[in-house]
Design a protein around this ligand. Structure first.
Ligand SMILES: C[S@@+](CC[C@H](N)C(=O)[O-])C[C@H]1O[C@@H](n2cnc3c(N)ncnc32)[C@H](O)[C@@H]1O
Length: 309
């Protein structure tokens, strides 16, 4: 079984049920990492008690949330209900963010349904006067969906807000700078952009085209997960918007990407998922990384053969 990948767990409730037996956390419980103090909860992002249990008296300098988007691949509900649900976890996030802090939220837009819920979510975020909108980033996926009768949909939207004035460190892609030009006169001398720049590669902009979408052949793949974000994207956010030893929160853990990124970049992560199976996968991914140096299981099974027969 170890060489058999888990299928998408959201589509296989019977396998999910089998795995529940091997999950360490019950709803409302929190696992504390004995080595570096990361915390993984099994809790509801909108439940004040669960989030209090996760956070205690601590605050975070960065939040990276990737909630279900209310569209393809997720349970759908009327946009107004979805936004009411979002309001609750945004409020709890703000309560546990320090000042200053940065907040990143992945959000979808359904082109077959008025682009909901992205615009509604943006309007919701305007209700919080402590937040300043900073950037709308688009991550380009390699695979898309749709028919030849419309533009193929390959985008993932990432909203960036700040509370106060947190640090921001520019990040660089691996894409070499090739275009000359953008001449500017500095101290009476005409300079060309390559000689002015700090790097020979392009600075990451608000359109990310250089990050590979996770698929089953990548080492970081966690079989059973259906919505895993690339480690490279998460690490880019963390490097841009936090310092070493700071704390990062993520209330929608799933495959535990934020936790692994924090471990690798020397930050502390407090994360939670409503589903005990994803909380368990998140803890296992950290343990597996520490044992093997691998960031995921590629297409192998995160549960051992003893557990699933
Ligand atoms: C899009 S996935 C997050 C993916 C994650 N960024 C990663 O890279 O693996 C959303 C996750 O939110 C969880 N979730 C849904 N509703 C939740 C809630 N009310 N509280 C906490 N987690 C929830 C789901 O179980 C799912 O694992």
């Amino acid at each position: 079984m170890i060489h058999t990948p888990l299928p998408r767990l959201d589509c296989h409730p019977e396998i999910r049920k089998t795995l529940l037996e091997y999950c360490r956390l019950q709803p409302g419980e929190v696992w504390v990492d004995p080595l570096r103090g990361h915390r993984v909860g099994c809790g509801d992002a909108t439940h004040a008690g669960h989030i209090r249990q996760l956070m205690g008296d601590e605050r975070a300098q960065l939040a990276i949330h990737d909630p279900p988007y209310n569209l393809v691949a997720f349970e759908e509900r009327p946009p107004a209900d979805f936004i009411e649900w979002c309001r609750k976890w945004v409020q709890l996030t703000l309560k546990y963010l320090s000042d200053p802090a940065a907040l990143y939220i992945w959000m979808g837009a359904d082109q077959t349904d008025g682009f909901q819920p992205l615009p509604e979510f943006m309007l919701l975020m305007r209700e919080f006067p402590e937040l300043t909108s900073r950037s709308l980033i688009t991550l380009r996926n390699q695979r898309g969906f749709g028919t030849p009768h419309n533009w193929m949909s390959v985008r993932q939207e990432l909203l960036y807000y700040t509370k106060g004035k947190p640090p921001f460190t520019a990040q660089y892609t691996a894409i070499p700078k090739v275009l000359r030009g953008y001449y500017k006169t500095i101290k009476g001398r005409r300079t060309e952009n390559l000689e002015r720049s700090k790097s020979n590669t392009l600075r990451a902009s608000n359109v990310w085209v250089d990050i590979q979408q996770v698929f089953y052949r990548m080492q970081e793949n966690v079989s059973g997960c259906y919505a895993q974000k690339p480690l490279q994207a998460t690490e880019r956010i963390i490097l841009a918007s936090s310092r070493e030893h700071e704390r990062v929160i993520d209330f929608f853990a799933h495959a535990g990407t934020t936790l692994i990124a924090c471990e690798r970049l020397n930050r502390q992560c407090f994360t939670t998922d409503i589903d005990p199976v994803y909380s368990e996968l998140t803890i296992r991914r950290l343990e597996h990384y520490r044992q093997t140096g691998l960031t995921g299981w590629q297409h192998q099974n995160p549960f051992t053969p003893l557990e699933i027969t």
